[in-house]
Design a protein around this ligand. Structure first.
Ligand SMILES: *Cc1c(COP(=O)(O)O)cnc(C)c1O
Ligand SMILES: [Zn+2]
Length: 396
């Protein structure tokens, strides 16, 4: 408790729950919580530093299990105020962990051993709702009035929806050649949608420039100046997977890579659960997946390099088409440290995998939210609709 008091008075005036400060991932330099994302000493990325010292393991577990059926059940582990569940937000998360026995059989995996985390159950049908929900709380704390982002598609929809719900203006920037479906999905929420001539990396550069400019005054860019807060939302995937497995670590986990943020934060989430005693420590392996047409991280992995050389994306997997992934080097570290790997597949294989998933699990009517461990009343279990529904078509 004492530590928490010291941290909040000397380091940060805003109330973002257990978040105590920002800390540089490279050199450890600490700064107070604020809308900053790069270290003033070394330009390294800033991350949230927490104070979890007040938590007892079983008390925390009970508090989580008694929480709402969305990401806010993990509020004690996120940079959000304690009363977050009562604020206007899109409340994503607690999506189904589907035991994919049919797919397992097709792939030659033992039944009961393969699960698919179906994040199409989120409000705008992608995992981006998890990260944007965090960014909204940070934007509120810092007094921003406009929510913005650079997007490959899914993020634009999530930002539009969250801004509408929470009462922010929104203005999102997308590559001019984005698929029509994604554009419509983002436009329906009523915010501004601006097409920029160029690919995602060009759009992202444009947004970074706006931040220093008076035109960007009062704007929170969820994946730029709010990035440290935004990124923490991906930890909830790790928390949910472990809780849905009955508070157990998975042996192996395969994660798609765009900027690499989701992968690095899932690892951070797993490490936190181990540190807090919520799961038993055991080795786990993390695998990263890229499209061949945009594979800067897998290319570096296979070549044994520590640095990631930018590529010009050319793939149908537009949501993953980031040629200059900010967290690429950290992904390499994690894959190597855990004994995982980073691999890429071509567009044909992607289409075949979508078909395989639909064919093997799409018409499944088995009643399954989560199949292992205790927690009979886990909210995710009540759901028995087919694994893949029409919304799946919007992915990819
Ligand atoms: C954004 C996104 C990812 C991963 O993004 P990162 O930038 O690596 O965090 C994965 N899948 C989908 C569908 C996405 O939209
Ligand atoms: Zn630094």
């Amino acid at each position: 408790m004492a530590v928490q008091t010291v941290a909040s008075t000397t380091e940060s005036a805003v109330d973002l729950g257990p978040a105590a400060a920002l800390s540089c991932r490279e050199c450890g330099h600490r700064v107070p919580l604020g809308p900053v994302f790069a270290c003033e000493e070394c330009f390294g990325p800033l991350e949230i530093a927490y104070d979890f010292s007040a938590y007892g393991t079983e008390e925390l577990r009970k508090r989580i299990e008694a929480g709402p059926a969305n990401i806010w059940r993990y509020a004690p582990l996120l940079p959000v105020p304690a009363d977050v569940a009562g604020k206007p937000n899109i409340n994503p998360g607690w999506t189904k962990l589907v035991q994919a026995d049919n797919l397992a059989r097709e792939l030659g995996v033992d039944p009961g051993k393969l699960f698919v985390k179906d994040d199409s159950g989120n409000p705008t049908h992608s995992f981006k709702d998890r990260v944007v929900a965090q960014a909204i709380e940070a934007a509120r704390a810092f007094g921003f009035t406009t929510l913005s982002c650079s997007s490959t598609g899914n993020l634009a929809g999530a930002v539009g929806a969250a801004a509408a719900r929470a009462g922010f203006r929104s203005c999102v920037f997308i590559p001019h050649d984005l698929e029509q479906g994604k554009v419509v999905m983002a436009a329906v929420y009523g915010g501004e949608l601006v097409g920029i001539e160029g690919n995602y990396d060009d759009v992202n550069r444009f947004c970074s420039e706006l931040i220093g400019d008076p035109a960007g005054e009062g704007w929170g860019f969820v994946n730029v100046n709010l990035r440290p807060y935004y990124a923490e939302g991906s930890k909830t995937l790790a928390y949910e997977i472990c809780e849905q497995l009955g508070w157990e670590l998975p042996d192996q986990i395969v994660i798609p890579i765009a900027s690499g943020s989701q992968l690095t934060k899932i690892d951070k989430g797993l490490q936190e659960l181990i540190g807090l005693g919520l799961v038993e420590d055991k080795p786990y392996r993390i695998f990263g997946a890229q499209a061949e047409g945009c594979s800067p991280v897998s290319t570096a992995y296979k070549a044994g390099h520590d640095v990631v050389r930018p590529q010009k994306p050319d793939t149908i997997a537009k949501s993953l088409a980031i040629g200059n992934p900010a967290d690429g080097p950290y992904v390499l570290d994690i894959a190597r440290r855990t004994g995982g790997a980073v691999e890429d597949v071509n567009d044909e294989q992607i289409v075949e995998a979508i078909r395989l998933l639909a064919r093997s699990e799409g018409s499944s009517r088995r009643r399954r939210g989560r199949d292992r461990g205790g927690h009979q009343e886990a909210p995710g279990e009540r759901c028995s609709r087919p694994v893949l529904d029409h919304r799946r078509a919007q992915h990819g």
